[in-house]
Design a protein around this ligand. Sequence first.
Ligand SMILES: Nc1ncnc2c1ncn2[C@@H]1O[C@H](COP(=O)(O)OP(=O)(O)O)[C@@H](O)[C@H]1O
Length: 187
Amino acid sequence: MEIENNRQKPNILITGTPGVGKSTLGKLLSEHIDGLQYVDVGLLINQKKLYKEWNQEFNVPEFDQDMVCDELENAMQTGGMIIDFHTSSFFPERWFDLVVLLRTNNTVLYDRLKARGYEDKKITENIECEILDVSKDEVESSYKQNIIMELNNEEVPQLEQNILQIIEYLKQWKQMQLQKQQQQQIQ
Ligand SMILES: Nc1ncnc2c1ncn2[C@@H]1O[C@H](COP(=O)(O)OP(=O)(O)O)[C@@H](O)[C@H]1O
């Protein structure tokens, strides 16, 4: 792990196809780890009207990338943010210390999206994205491999395991950041 910023608290991106469990994980992490704040970017876009156009086909806003980034910039510089969004390449790479890519198999994903009340067309589109590794490709072309953590998330025990793995990563991050700051003080 090589840290290129001086943040006191790490920023985490949680991404993946809708239904893989991003908000469940993000909220749990913010509850388990002091000082981390969870942000559902989809919700933020709606609340702060960070869009200029509306997608009639899917009845969702066409979010404006610059407006979203401007809205988050100050908080990201401070650190301690858990960012949850289904797409990730437009965020500045420098923002994140850990990128969590969640994966869920098709059968489970289908059931979750059906339970959410999505139309068949929207379910099929999302499952195709998962099969075709759309989020994975996006993450791998946008962030360094050593900060990407790809985690399966079908069942509750996996979720618990994932949380432990992330907590462990963040412990190491904190230690490295501390060492770096001590070295900077000596120099
Ligand atoms: N590890 C898990 N085991 C069982 N159900 C899960 C798990 N993670 C998430 N879920 C469920 O899957 C559904 C979708 O999760 P959610 O966090 O809303 O996904 P996303 O934010 O990626 O759209 C929710 O009903 C949630 O309770």
